[in-house]
Design a binder for this molecule. Sequence first.
Ligand code: Z5A
Length: 214
Amino acid sequence: MQNKRAYFITMEGIEGVGKSTNIGTITEYLDTKGIEYIVTREPGGTRLAEKIRELLLEDEVEPVTELTELLLVFAARAQHVETLIKPALMAGKWVISDRFTDATFAYQGGGRGVDRGTIKQLQSMVQDELTPDLTIILDLDPQTGMQRAMKRGKLDRFEREELEFFARVRQTYLDIAMADPRRCVIIDASQKLETVKSDLIEVLKQRLNIKIDG
Ligand code: Z5A
């Protein structure tokens, strides 16, 4: 993927942080620039990966082991990367994904305590050299995130975790951003939606202009 011409953007954060809402801000911005793109999500993005998503989020038919959960996440990602993300990028279409592998480091690694080395092994097997060009991390305290998520109704298997779980997930995202500032940008998602949007547009202007105008 070294010579890919299109750009790969991912949106991350704990639950209820506003990822879906703010992906709309990215697409509106790209529309003004005449950029072709696709919007996708993880787990999911293809028919098979969406079926795996259902298995991951639904009420437990039986307790799910940490390894099973990890392998399901990467099985969905393998299908997503090979059949949707890479072909789109190679065709010159930008890809905007609601979550990607940072979510695995945050939820399975930080949240569940899965060994980081194991996640890295699967990452290199599934993604090869594919890495997002820009990752937006919407940061929010877990209590507010949970309140926002609860407004949507029934909680899924992840959303029923304790606040401490989401505090570890949040911290892992912050650690990821600290370790990789060239790729990652943190936006304070506790602000009014209009302020979050204008912060996001500033980031897009700063980070993407070279790519768009160049
Ligand atoms: N998962 C995993 O474990 N490992 C992995 O590798 C991957 C995923 C890829 C599903 O993800 C689960 O998969 C996820 C982690 C796990 N579980 N959790 N929790 P998901 O992304 O589909 O699910 P989600 O995190 O619950 O996201 P969501 O439902 O799409 O929420 P969101 O996109 O972040 O939020 P939203 O729908 O845009 O906004 C929520 C509400 O807040 C809505 O009413 C908005 O109008 C409101 N909102 C948004 N922004 C604001 C502001 N600024 N102020 C006030 N209100 C706001």
